[in-house]
Design a protein around this ligand. Structure first.
Ligand code: COA
Length: 235
């Protein structure tokens, strides 16, 4: 738990990743009544554990930064499912989970969206089948000019950027992902995207290792931010 409470100078954007070991259970008392009800409603045990681990992570980190105990931090949800802090409208956060990881992105003074995916989330064949449903025509043309063996990784890098951007806008896949076009490269440089709601800036990269998994990640923010540093935790 200490690692989640490490303070230090506050960056404009903070990224935290929690690796959840088998058997870890979030105590009910950390969660609000609404979160406990939501957790109980999940049919999939894995989905329930990832949801509660996400709330555990953001309640600990944000509670620590803002001076609350984890259970007294007040988190509400928009009708489209986006969690936010009721008492701190100037601080935004967003969550993403996949396999045994939960990622939390915090933006002090702007909006943020995050997505992480494990690089082997899809087989190369599955990636080929899904690509036309997610990529715009422009992006598909760009992919098709590249080496076939790089298609899956390029697609995943694009997928996380798009999902982060749509989550930053607060609508997720209620916005058609094909309506958003990025340049398809694997760089970690920031890119920006003009949307009807304003400009969205992105930062992307990878973390992890072959043994425990390599993850593609992207954040989208409403203001340009420096390349952020990841804080990794395990419970
Ligand atoms: C947002 C969305 C893209 C996330 O997809 P996902 O596969 O669950 O991906 P991730 O694990 O990366 O993200 C989940 C987290 O995104 C956040 N989130 C949920 N809805 C969000 C939204 N509209 N905007 C931004 N973030 C959102 C939540 O924190 C959620 O985690 P939690 O439920 O544990 O709190 C997807 O749920 C979506 O498009 N939702 C809006 C459309 C909708 O209402 N669909 C109904 C189901 S089809």
């Amino acid at each position: 738990m200490d690692a989640l409470q490490a303070g230090g100078d506050r960056a404009q954007v903070e990224l935290h990743c929690l690796q959840v070991r088998d058997g870890f259970r979030v105590p009910d008392r950390i969660l609000s009544e609404h979160e406990q009800q939501r957790a109980a409603a999940f049919r999939s045990t894995e989905a329930r554990h990832l949801f509660t681990a996400g709330r555990f992570l953001c309640r600990h980190v944000l509670g620590n930064r803002l001076g609350y105990t984890p259970q007294t931090l007040s988190i509400a949800m928009t009708p489209s499912g986006r969690p936010h802090l009721t008492d701190h409208p100037d601080i935004d956060f967003n969550l993403s989970h996949t396999r045994d990881r939960v990622a939390l992105a915090i933006h002090y003074g702007g909006r943020i969206g995050i997505d992480i995916e494990r690089l082997d989330a899809f087989s190369e064949q599955a990636a080929l089948e899904i690509m036309p449903m997610i990529l715009s025509e422009d992006e598909l043309n760009q992919v098709n000019q590249l080496e076939p063996r790089s298609h899956r990784d390029i697609f995943l890098a694009c997928w996380v950027k798009k999902e982060a951007a749509l989550k930053c806008l607060g609508m997720g896949f209620r916005i058609n992902p094909q309506s958003v076009t990025f340049a398809l490269d694997n760089t970690t440089y920031g890119e920006y995207l003009q949307t009807p709601e304003g400009v969205i800036f992105t930062r992307s990269g990878r973390f992890g290792d072959v043994e425990t998994g390599i993850f593609a990640w992207s954040i989208a923010t409403s203001t340009p931010v420096p390349q952020p540093i990841w804080h990794h935790h395990t419970v």
